[in-house]
Design a protein around this ligand. Structure first.
Ligand SMILES: [Zn+2]
Ligand SMILES: [Zn+2]
Ligand SMILES: [Zn+2]
Length: 263
């Protein structure tokens, strides 16, 4: 059975965001709102069933305020880089509103790093003031279910770091990747809508270039594909004009409909 879902792009920029601090390039000075990119995150809303946040970016507070997100049933982490986790403290507001801990899912490797970065959340020591987010930590070791919605983790290489993409039925989100392992291609076979990392045109050790992303899209052959995690090298208008049919640059605030799998 499938369920209708609404996917919102909360951020589509690389780790520094666009514009970058102190940069005067044409894209960083652009007045096109689609050239303004917060740090990468998406929200998957399955009405009445599950509101799922993928990654807690440093811009999380601004992102949830902009989009009026007032409930989270789960947070999924792709990996533990700063641009994907530094907003974790904002979970406190959701703890208060929902009167309970928020279930969070990550690989054991990512948890190791998140526990170090956010030691005050996990060390159990008494605090003099200051709130602490309440996290219900789950380790990902295969497909799982959130509020009746099936989530399939898709192992990816982010340079030498093993990380996860996520597939929800007909939709897959593969951010921060430089290679797709052999065993992961079948996990994304047949998706209708694919979101994939494309940092810039110049080769990078831990991210796909636009050309590499297009190669992966051609092999997966979704009906439509969106590029994300873009650096300031990729202006929205200029880059969009040279993409093949069926491939677009994502942008902050883009909303897509998708069908997710019930579990
Ligand atoms: Zn990233
Ligand atoms: Zn710039
Ligand atoms: Zn990363």
């Amino acid at each position: 059975m499938t369920l209708p879902a609404r996917i919102t792009f909360l951020g589509t920029g690389t780790s520094s965001g666009v514009p970058m601090i102190g940069c005067t390039c044409a894209v960083c000075r652009s007045m096109n709102p689609r050239d303004r990119r917060l740090r990468p995150s998406i929200h998957v809303d399955v009405q009445g069933q599950a509101a799922i946040l993928v990654d807690t970016s440093p811009d999380l507070r601004q992102q949830v305020l902009t989009h009026g997100i007032a409930r989270l049933d789960a947070v999924l982490f792709t990996h533990s880089h700063a641009d994907h986790i530094l907003g974790l403290d904002e979970i406190r507001r959701f703890n208060f509103m929902q009167q309970g801990p928020i279930p969070c899912y990550a690989t054991p490797l990512a948890w190791e790093s998140i526990r170090q970065t956010f030691h005050y959340i996990f060390d159990g020591l008494p605090r003099q003031g200051g709130g602490i987010p309440k996290i219900d930590a789950h380790e990902i070791d295969g497909p799982f279910s959130i509020g009746g919605v099936r989530v399939v983790p898709v192992p990816l290489w982010h340079g030498p770091l093993p990380i996860l993409g996520f597939r929800f039925g007909s939709f897959a989100y593969l951010t921060d990747c430089s290679a797709i392992p052999d065993d992961s291609w079948p996990l994304v076979a047949g998706v209708d809508t694919l979101v994939i990392d494309a940092l810039r045109d110049k080769k990078h050790s831990t991210h796909f270039t636009v050309a590499e992303a297009l190669d992966a899209i051609a092999r997966i052959a979704p009906r439509r594909a969106y590029l994300t995690h873009m650096a300031h090298d990729l202006g929205h208008a200029e880059t969009s004009a040279r993409l093949p049919a069926g491939v677009e640059l994502a942008y902050d605030g883009l909303v897509l409909d998708a069908l997710v799998d019930a579990s």
